[in-house]
Design a protein around this ligand. Structure first.
Ligand code: HEC
Ligand code: HEC
Length: 338
């Protein structure tokens, strides 16, 4: 039987939003769906969700006007068909190839740590800096003029924000939209809710392995988000334009954090490859083989990462389980831009 999911990490969040968190064992039964365990999406007091704001944010997320030469939208690098990522090892922005992989934005509403190094404090800050940074290279004053020139945007901004088109309001609307991009209806969720036929026997074997003390996968990839919102060094090989990526320690300036990156969510992971902060692995088989071998070499490697010596069948079962985390009903359809 599997271990209990380590809910303690999630409890403070659930308590903060006033919802009694319930222990959720992988094989147990009960009403505790992912959504009920996580509680309502946390929303900052100064940016309440409204339907008009979410609709405006969705337009902005899909609008290439938000980039310097009007060719790249947030949705260029965060596409639903590619697991809200872009299918590339590393993002290709207006400033050239970025050092990191575009990670999924599914369920990002529940993330405490944003970006692989946790460098962004909120979705609002993240959106604001994506627009003006190397991804989209759009200077703000010019963007205000571009958006104000579109009557529908003028009207929609005025409806949602008394002060109309501003840098802060653009970021607030995008963040409000992102808080609706959720996916919690995978075969795994249905299995967990009591439909024992939702997983194949190979996927159940993979789930047992994932949840076992032997692999320790679930001690970092904590359900239901499949992340502990923390940073770990796995010894992932560094590839791409950046020769050395110190990860979390760039933010904390703490030696213990050198080469530590955010534990990535595993929801919809089969769609969002390549994998890891730098896109070092193309397939889930490669990722699982990497863990089986005990990660890569690093003086700062997490003590939780050790050789697992998984058989080929066990590795396949783990990959099959990871594929059960895809929600086939999840859709983020492109709106008609004004
Ligand atoms: C050119 C590609 C590109 C574009 C355009 C882009 N992103 Fe990203 N996005 C990335 C990359 C690469 C990362 C990973 C950054 C890191 O970890 O340092 C990322 C990370 C994120 C994250 C963090 C997710 C998490 O779990 O921490 C969010 C949220 C996000 N992007 C939203 C946006 C929004 C909103 C826009 C538009 C305003 C946008 N992105 C535009 C490539 C892009
Ligand atoms: C010590 C904590 C820890 C353990 C244990 C752990 N992981 Fe991870 N996992 C991470 C971190 C951190 C990352 C991101 C690394 C990076 O970006 O370089 C990650 C990334 C991944 C990814 C890639 C996700 C993506 O979108 O790129 C997969 C798949 C994955 N882990 C599966 C597993 C499996 C399967 C196991 C058990 C065999 C496991 N992990 C054990 C911390 C852990």
């Amino acid at each position: 039987m599997g271990l209990r999911w380590p809910w303690l990490v999630v409890l403070p969040l659930a308590t903060a939003v006033g919802v009694a968190a319930v222990a959720w064992t992988t094989h147990g039964v009960g009403p505790a769906s992912a959504a009920s365990v996580l509680g309502p999406v946390p929303v900052p007091a100064d940016n309440p969700q409204t339907a008009d704001k979410v609709a405006l944010g969705k337009l902005l997320f899909f609008d290439p006007r938000l980039s310097g030469n009007n060719t790249i939208a947030c949705a260029t690098c965060h596409q639903q068909a590619k697991g809200m990522s872009d299918g590339r090892p590393r993002g290709l922005g207006l400033g050239g190839e970025m050092p990191r992989n575009a990670m999924t934005v599914w369920n990002v509403a529940y993330m405490h740590a944003i970006h692989s190094d946790g460098s962004r404090a909120s979705l609002e800050e993240q959106a604001d800096k994506s627009v003006s940074g190397p991804a989209m290279a759009q200077p703000y004053p010019a963007l205000f003029d571009e958006l104000r020139a579109v009557p529908e945007y003028r009207q929609r901004f005025a409806q949602v924000f008394p002060d109309g088109v501003t840098e802060r309001n653009i970021a607030r609307a995008i963040a409000a939209f992102e808080r609706t991009v959720l996916t919690f209806d995978s075969p795994f969720d249905r299995y967990r809710a009591g439909d024992k036929s939702a997983l194949t026997s190979e996927q159940k074997q993979g789930l047992d392995l994932f949840d076992s003390a032997r692999t320790g996968c679930s001690s970092c990839h904590v359900a239901p988000l499949f992340t502990d919102n923390a940073f770990h060094n796995l010894g992932v090989p560094q590839v791409g334009p950046k020769a050395v990526d110190n990860g979390r320690s760039d933010i904390t300036h703490n030696d213990a954090d050198v080469g530590a990156f955010k534990t990535l969510t595993l929801r919809d992971v089969e769609q969002s490859g390549p994998y890891m902060h730098d896109g070092a692995f193309t397939t889930l088989d490669q990722v699982v083989a990497f863990y089986s071998a005990g990660g890569g070499p690093s003086p700062h490697k997490s003590p939780l990462i050790k050789p697992l010596d998984l058989t080929a069948r066990e590795q396949q079962a783990l990959v099959a389980f990871l594929r059960s985390l895809t929600d086939p009903t999840a859709r983020v359809t492109a709106p008609t831009l004004p």
